[in-house]
Design a protein around this ligand. Structure first.
Ligand code: ZN
Length: 167
């Protein structure tokens, strides 16, 4: 399975919005498999299709340390949320940057699984944060958008500098 290229902030392609998946077919399952492979090899705990320049509402997540809890969420929707919590977040598209972001503490998410069945999951903690972070990507939003403009500009400069060094 191929490892997909992960777009890096401030690539404008990360600002694209993903469209809902109409049918969960083998093409989508292949995308999901490739996204898992890409996420694990990065390594990371979550990846949204927009990050690999595919404009479909698909995210994969595994917050375990031993790749034992792969979760794939297609057309995810938050149907209920409560509380709020500040946690430090990072992103495969903004490597090396970790900043605290406030999000809903507990959520109920409705989605299609890899067989196309509708599921509902009630979650809190890191998984809830991760789902909200990845869902933002599907609307072209990044966790740095929650930071001050000054901070975001500083991160942008840092990313651009890093890119020049690796070219
Ligand atoms: Zn991210």
């Amino acid at each position: 399975m191929p490892i997909l290229n992960i777009l890096q902030f401030p690539d404008p392609k990360l600002r694209q919005k993903a469209a809902p998946v109409a049918v969960v077919d083998d093409n989508i399952r292949t995308l999901v498999d490739d996204m898992f492979e890409t996420m694990y090899s990065a390594p990371g705990i979550g990846l949204a299709a927009v990050q690999v320049n595919v404009l479909k509402r698909v995210i994969v997540i595994d917050i375990s340390e031993d790749k034992s809890q792969p979760g794939c969420f297609i057309n995810p929707e938050i149907v209920e949320h409560s509380g709020d919590e500040k946690m430090e977040e990072g992103c495969l598209s903004v490597p090396g940057i970790y900043e605290p972001v406030s999000r809903a503490k507990d959520i109920i998410v409705r989605y299609l699984d890899r067989d196309g069945n509708t599921q509902e999951l009630s979650v809190g903690g890191v998984l809830a944060v991760c789902i909200q972070h990845e869902m933002d990507h599907l609307d072209g939003k990044l966790f740095v958008d929650y930071l001050s403009e000054m901070k975001r500009n500083r991160i942008r400069k840092k990313m651009e500098k890093m890119r020049q060094h690796t070219m």
